[in-house]
Design a protein around this ligand. Structure first.
Ligand SMILES: NC(=O)c1ccc[n+]([C@@H]2O[C@H](COP(=O)([O-])OP(=O)(O)OC[C@H]3O[C@@H](n4cnc5c(N)ncnc54)[C@H](OP(=O)(O)O)[C@@H]3O)[C@@H](O)[C@H]2O)c1
Ligand SMILES: *[C@@H]1O[C@H](CO)[C@@H](O)[C@H](O)[C@H]1NC(C)=O
Ligand SMILES: CC(=O)N[C@H]1CO[C@H](CO)[C@@H](O)[C@@H]1O
Length: 323
């Protein structure tokens, strides 16, 4: 075999291995490698992490994973009783003291109070090492029927409240010149379009624009955009619809087509510990779809034509498949 044949063969094998990994893994390849060989979650021990939306779902599971590794936590959301339950579970599974976990009743939509809340957390712990912007609501609605008020409300929560709180944090990091880390729970729907969630997809995409720009302006700041695919949480219950009043009220049943929130939180904690910039996770075919869409947009178009919108809808909401 000549040199160029060998080179061609290696490149060919490289692509085959990649595509096999796209099909087998429940995360992107970088996160998979870090899970096996990178910084363990334990490298975050002793740090102070503020998780918004810690009263249920991914935020709650993340709190528990981090607590097990001795991470001090601020848990915020609107439902204080649920936050207390998260706190008790964290304490039961770790050697943290009650004062290592601060419960903060906070509505993200009250932007004018962000500074007060922020100061309370700093006062309690003396510092904030990582801010995890996780609070958010999803959506189920047909694009053409959505009231502009819903678009605005969704951006208020999923984008503007996140941006406002992060600006306070970023100024604080700069003033005290320490190594800051901002984390955002985006979504697979923050990387590609999906049906039945127009405003949500727009909002999650917007986060990538905001935080990519922030990273360029502050290269030393660690920024992590974590993008889960379908995960079993209560998110469908409180999802927006096409009109402002009311919530979707669905239940996301556990299914092999959804990640458990525990697995999601473990991968998210791994991405945070390794300071990855963008990570994604989800069972087959989520990583495959995301890789194809990001690396080969033309193949994506062909794939979508073959699969149809209905298939994508079922990937997101498996209960619709009538399994
Ligand atoms: N589950 C999925 O399939 C999935 C997939 C991709 C991305 N995500 C993202 O993951 C994040 C967490 O969602 P989840 O699935 O864990 O759903 P979830 O169980 O409904 O959790 C949402 C969290 O956000 C908080 N929240 C909502 N509105 C708030 C407000 N106005 N102020 C403060 N906190 C508020 C909720 O707490 P309170 O109600 O107590 O305020 C709750 O703790 C979201 O950003 C979501 O977009 C989820
Ligand atoms: C994370 O922050 C540290 C300290 O500012 C910096 O040296 C490092 O390059 C950052 N890592 C990434 C991946 O941006
Ligand atoms: C629009 C808005 O309410 N912005 C708030 C964001 O946070 C600052 C603190 O830096 C508040 O003063 C603003 O009111």
């Amino acid at each position: 075999m000549g040199f160029f044949e060998l080179l061609g063969f290696i490149v060919f094998i490289y692509f085959i291995v990649n595509i096999v990994l796209w099909l087998c893994l429940d995360s992107d390849i970088e996160l998979f490698i870090k899970e096996k060989f990178g910084q363990p979650i334990d490298s975050l021990r002793g740090k102070v992490v503020w998780i918004t939306g810690a009263s249920s779902g991914i935020g709650k599971s993340l709190a528990i994973v981090l607590a097990r590794h001795g991470v001090k936590l601020c848990l915020s959301a609107r439902r204080e009783d649920e936050l207390e339950i998260t706190k008790q579970q964290c304490l039961a599974e770790s050697s943290l003291k009650p004062s290592d976990i601060l419960v903060l009743k906070m509505d993200m939509l009250q932007n004018d109070k962000h500074e007060d809340y922020f100061n309370r957390v700093v006062q309690h712990f003396g510092r904030i090492d990582v801010l995890v912007n996780n609070a958010g609501r999803s959506q189920r609605a047909l694009w053409q029927n959505i009231d502009l008020q819903v678009d605005r409300a969704l951006f208020e929560l999923d984008v503007f409240s996140v941006v406002n709180l992060t600006r306070i944090y970023v100024k604080y990091v700069e003033k005290n010149s320490f190594e800051g880390h901002v984390v955002v729970t985006s979504s697979g729907a923050g990387l590609i379009g999906v049906p039945n969630s127009g405003s949500y997809v727009g909002a999650k995409h917007a986060l990538h624009g905001y935080f990519d720009s922030l990273k360029l302006e502050m290269p030393k700041l660690n920024v992590t955009l974590f993008c889960p695919g379908p995960t079993t949480t209560d998110f469908l219950k409180t999802s927006f619809t096409h009109k402002l009043e009311g919530e979707y009220g669905g239940t996301a049943e556990s299914s092999s087509k959804r990640m458990t929130s525990e697995r999601c939180a473990f991968l998210m904690a791994t991405s945070i510990a390794n300071k990855l910039h963008t990570s994604f996770a989800g069972p087959f075919p989520i990583p495959f779809l995301l890789y194809v869409s990001l690396y080969c947009p033309n193949v994506r178009l062909v794939l979508l034509k073959l699969l149809g919108t209905g298939a994508l809808t079922k990937i997101r909401d498996p209960e619709k498949s009538g399994k």
